[in-house]
Design a protein around this ligand. Structure first.
Ligand SMILES: Nc1ncnc2c1ncn2[C@@H]1O[C@H](COP(=O)(O)OP(=O)(O)OP(=O)(O)O)[C@@H](O)[C@H]1O
Ligand SMILES: [Mg+2]
Length: 241
């Protein structure tokens, strides 16, 4: 069974239907780039996978959890799924390490030493070993975003969801964050990422899902970015370059 499955997922906000039957599946270790114009439903689809939104019909399976089941144990789902947004949402009054150990301490009930060791490990992974004792405001945007990724990794998720995590960053800082994500991909992490970085998607995505008006309009390997079959994807790719 794939690690993530969406089957005919439909979702409306009031009278506005945002997802018109979205289906795709992701094998363990795969990287999926979710692309499409503003308003096409990318964030909504991603948020539904972590049950930040509920769906109207269809099925979502993530890491063996039936996400569309109203009786789902949210805590268990969130132990397996990490999500990182464009805004870093670090606590400003806590150091980077304190931000990172928070969830392992409270949710996983790890003792101080064990949580600290995990923090050290994930900070090394994102290239921030020397920033453990600094406060978020003392870091650049790219460093804060890497700290936010480290905080998510500290829970040792099976799947990572990224929603335009580099959109607020300039090109240099974007590069730093993308390198971290590329390292995660190389280490075998299953990832679904909403991104406007077409070059990056082409390089690391095993699957590209192109959404248009709440539907998957084109879906395939990264080669669909260089050889789009539809006018919509062709226009989208040329606008993003
Ligand atoms: N909580 C909400 N309430 C009402 N409408 C919403 C809500 N969230 C999203 N929408 C609407 O759903 C549609 C899809 O939004 P979504 O955020 O999924 O798009 P997106 O593809 O992520 O766009 P972007 O690239 O701008 O982030 C939009 O028309 C949006 O206005
Ligand atoms: Mg979005």
């Amino acid at each position: 069974m794939p690690i993530v499955v969406l089957k005919d997922v439909k979702k409306s906000f009031g009278s506005l239907q945002v997802l018109h039957g979205v289906s795709f599946s992701v094998e363990k270790g795969e990287v999926v780039a979710l692309i499409g114009a503003s308003g096409s439903g990318k964030s909504t689809a991603l948020r539904c996978m972590d049950r930040l939104e509920t769906i109207d019909s269809g099925e979502i399976h993530v890491c063996g959890h039936r996400v569309d089941d109203p009786g789902l144990d949210l805590r268990k789902l969130r132990l397996d799924v990490g999500i990182v947004f464009q805004s870093y949402n670090l606590f400003p009054h806590l150091t980077i390490e304190e931000n990172i150990v928070l969830a392992p301490r409270s949710v996983k009930k790890l003792d101080k030493a064990a949580a600290r060791e995990i923090a050290r490990g994930v900070l090394a992974k994102v290239g921030l070993s020397d920033k453990a004792d600094t406060y978020p405001e003392q870091l650049s945007g790219g460093q804060q975003q890497r700290a936010a990724i480290a905080r998510s990794l500290a829970m040792e998720p099976q799947v990572m969801l990224f929603d335009e995590v580099t959109s607020a960053l300039d090109p240099k800082l974007t590069g730093e964050v993308l390198r971290v994500i590329e390292g995660l991909a190389a280490s075998g992490m299953t990832m679904i990422m909403v991104t406007h970085e077409m070059g990056f998607a082409r390089r690391i995505a095993d699957q590209v899902v192109f959404m248009h008006k709440g539907r998957i309009h084109e879906h395939g390997s990264a080669s669909i970015l260089t050889e789009p079959a539809t006018a919509e994807l062709r226009d989208f790719v040329s606008e993003e370059l």
